[in-house]
Design a protein around this ligand. Structure first.
Ligand SMILES: [Zn+2]
Ligand SMILES: [Zn+2]
Length: 246
């Protein structure tokens, strides 16, 4: 065992009981909201947080969430210092474009500017905070699966996880479980995945049938949102996109 992480027993047990398509998705959507709230809170007044924000910033997805977060004062403050740092990096590059002797040189100088802009977009503090929680949740699932038979039973009878988070669970389980336990966990996850991908596909298929006139009066059997569940069962929600790599 290489990693020793704090267990998140309560949210994980609550998650398995919620009987959704993937409770890691639910926990990660919450983690995302918490991350956005944190970077729009009074935390942005503290110098250490501002230094971090100026250095790393946020991915486009989370920048947009901050913009729509309804906290103009905090965001204005953060953006003002972020622009200052941008100016330090971008101004010489923009001036180089203006001073370029011909189109070819101007184009090259513009490329350098946009390369700098892309590297400025890389690494996201909200994604990083989310990744920490994702690790703890996945680690907890694997640990409870090993130590708590009631949990294992509830998990195996649940709707399982999305394909995206199944990968995270198996990768993280390697840190929590060894030998036969790791093998057993991977196989349980594979059974759960297959069973529940089939279930979701069946619901989706039933939706296609419900659009036929002869089935108009037959019951939906819970397939009213099957087309959406079919999408999210694969891609997941609350995805960690681009954490800061230190
Ligand atoms: Zn998921
Ligand atoms: Zn992000």
């Amino acid at each position: 065992m290489r990693l020793q992480l704090q267990l998140e027993t309560i949210p994980v047990w609550d998650g398995v009981k919620e009987n959704s398509e993937c409770f890691i998705c639910s926990l990660m959507k919450k983690a995302e909201e918490d991350g956005v709230r944190y970077y729009l809170s009074s935390a942005v007044m503290t110098p250490e947080v501002r230094v971090e924000m100026n250095r790393h910033g946020f991915c486009p997805h989370h920048s947009a969430m901050l913009a729509e977060g309804g906290k103009p004062q905090s965001l204005a403050l953060a953006m003002d210092t972020y622009y200052e740092e941008n100016k330090r990096i971008f101004t010489p590059l923009i001036e180089k474009i203006q001073g370029a002797g011909n189109a070819r040189k101007a184009e090259k100088a513009a490329e350098a500017l946009f390369e700098a802009a892309h590297s400025r977009e890389k690494g996201c503090l909200i994604c990083s905070r989310m990744e920490e929680r994702l690790l703890r949740y996945c680690y907890t699932v694997a640990s409870l699966w090993r130590d708590d038979q009631d949990f294992r039973k509830a998990l195996n009878e649940s709707k399982g996880f999305c394909l995206h988070h199944t990968e995270a669970l198996i990768k993280t389980a390697k840190e929590a479980l060894s030998g036969d336990d790791f093998d057993g966990f991977i196989k349980d996850m594979a059974v759960l995945l297959q069973k529940n991908l089939d279930r979701v596909q069946h619901d989706d298929w039933w939706m296609t049938q419900k659009y036929k006139s002869e089935n108009k009066d037959k019951p939906w059997n819970g397939a009213e949102d099957a087309q959406k569940r079919a999408v999210y069962k694969l891609i997941g929600e609350g995805r960690v996109l681009d954490p800061v790599r230190k």
